[in-house]
Design a protein around this ligand. Structure first.
Ligand code: NAD
Length: 356
């Protein structure tokens, strides 16, 4: 009896290296648009999903989270961390990996890096929300916080919303210079700014994407004029927000999944029954999006499990064509399903025979 795993026991694995090759094979614009389309399709079947706020383990330095969901056929989860101090020692603030499995057998069908994929899906989700909420004809975006997510956000807003100018600000000028250099060939008109006030001048969309484990005030109330759309990415944890509370009180607020956003989002600063609109309802046409030219719309983004599920399914669907994966020997698969121990014993005989 052989201990060699069957095909089902080999799990396709997308490494960081292969994720980067996949992006270049497909093209980043097409990939951002494709992931946005998957997310929108999944938001349109919102009721089909198991939904739960993510399970978070907080420490003084950051947070480690698990984000599960299922549509009844496929189950998925992401492991993700958020450690704002990491960049001081050369580590990423956010790293992630994720898995999809069949619901009927429980067998995994994909394991993937998700540090890069999270940046893609977060940008795709932000731009998708803006497509439904931003003022018509929006062309200029302010980008406050020019770290790891920044260029992905800029490119998604270009590809999905038609943004053609980005005004960048970061407290660390080196981050802005890095983003300016990375986006130099993007066709976007780029302006490096010396203050958040300068960055938001003339912007139709304001993206805040900073990392700090505190109640920060990246945008003060007097900075935000009528009619803008705010894409607030960085406030995504209890005790970690970016906007002055008065901005929230003047805005139409749109969220992914209220039970999670009430704990993690900008709206943690508001009463628990403050009205918010679920984005999936705007997409489905069952709730209004922007109601007037002068309204301030706010996407209080925290990142929800269904977005990761959609992104993983997008990647999974491209593996057969591209071959950009490895096969991991990850699931023990004895020929006799109940003889797991016998398989282990026979492996010892094999090892004694010099097979390692
Ligand atoms: P990063 O650490 O790479 O970049 C953050 C940048 O913010 C840094 O360049 C830093 O200098 C800058 N910054 C900090 N305080 C600032 C301030 N007051 N004004 C201007 N700039 C400031 O982090 P990242 O990976 O780009 O992530 C950014 C934030 O987005 C994090 O808080 C992260 O948790 C969050 N995030 C949210 C989602 C989501 O779905 N909502 C997904 C991914 C990341």
């Amino acid at each position: 009896m052989s201990a060699k795993p069957s095909d089902l026991a080999y799990v396709p694995f997308v490494s960081v290296h292969n994720m980067m090759r996949l992006i270049h094979r497909i093209g980043i614009d097409e990939m951002l648009c494709g992931i946005a389309a998957e997310i929108e399709a999944d938001f349109l079947r919102w009721e089909a999903f198991d939904k739960t706020p993510r399970v978070a383990s907080h420490s003084a330095d950051g947070v480690i989270e698990l984000m599960p969901t299922s549509d009844g056929d496929v189950y998925g989860f992401k492991y993700v961390n958020g450690h704002p101090k990491n960049t001081r020692t050369g580590l990423q603030t956010v790293t992630a990996f994720g898995l999809l499995a069949r619901v009927d057998t429980g067998y995994p069908v994909l394991l993937s890096e998700m540090t890069i994929l999270t940046a893609l899906r977060t940008a795709a989700m932000s731009a998708l929300a803006a497509k439904h909420l931003a003022p018509k004809g929006a062309r200029t975006m302010a980008m406050i916080g020019n770290g790891a997510q920044c260029e992905f956000q800029a490119l998604a807003f270009r590809a999905i919303c038609g943004i053609d100018a980005v005004r960048l600000f970061d407290i660390d000028r080196a981050a802005t210079d890095k983003a300016m250099a990375n986006l130099a060939d993007s066709g976007l008109t780029l302006t490096a700014c010396d203050s958040p006030e300068a960055a938001i001048e003339g912007a139709d969309i304001i993206t805040t994407c900073t990392a700090d484990k505190q109640y920060a005030t990246i945008l003060g109330d007097n900075m935000v004029g009528a009619g803008v759309h705010i894409n607030a990415i960085g406030g995504d944890c209890p005790g970690k927000t970016e906007l002055h509370r008065d901005i929230l009180l003047r805005s139409g607020i749109f969220v992914e999944y209220p039970p999670q956003t009430r704990v993690e989002g900008e709206i943690q600063a508001l009463d628990p029954d403050h009205p918010v609109t679920e984005l999936w309802q705007v997409m489905a046409g069952s709730a209004p999006g922007r109601t007037s030219r002068d309204q301030i719309t706010l996407f209080d983004s925290v990142g929800f499990a269904i977005e990761d599920f959609s992104a993983l399914r997008y990647v999974r669907a491209r593996l057969d064509d591209t071959g950009l994966f490895e096969r991991l020997d990850m699931i023990a698969d004895p020929d006799d399903a109940r003889d797991l121990f016998g398989m282990v014993q026979r492996a010892r005989q094999g090892l004694a025979g010099g097979i390692e």
